[in-house]
Design a protein around this ligand. Structure first.
Ligand SMILES: [Zn+2]
Length: 89
């Protein structure tokens, strides 16, 4: 007998192999079926996570600039050190 599981997202009972394994859950598979999981993941990425990353950058623009500036200074210092070393040779 094939094990089945009800997907709470598309409200369909599907064979257990239509669900990704997940050791964290009681029955060892994801709550959503593979099809739902894919749309769930991609939607979350496109609509949520990526947008929140941009929002974070916008909200912390000084931090980002400061970080880039520091990184730039370090890079230039490295280059200068390398150039100086070359001159000694
Ligand atoms: Zn589903």
């Amino acid at each position: 007998m094939t094990k089945t599981k009800h997907c709470s997202r598309c409200d369909t009972t599907k064979p257990i192999d239509e669900f990704y394994a997940n050791k964290a859950t009681a029955d060892g598979v994801q709550t959503y079926c593979k099809a739902c999981w894919k749309t769930y993941r991609s939607k979350r990425w496109h609509a949520g996570e990526r947008e929140s990353q941009y929002a974070w950058r916008r909200a912390n623009i000084e931090k980002v600039c400061e970080y880039n500036r520091r990184a730039g200074i370090k890079y230039r210092a490295k280059k200068r050190a390398a150039a100086t070393a070359k001159h000694i040779d």
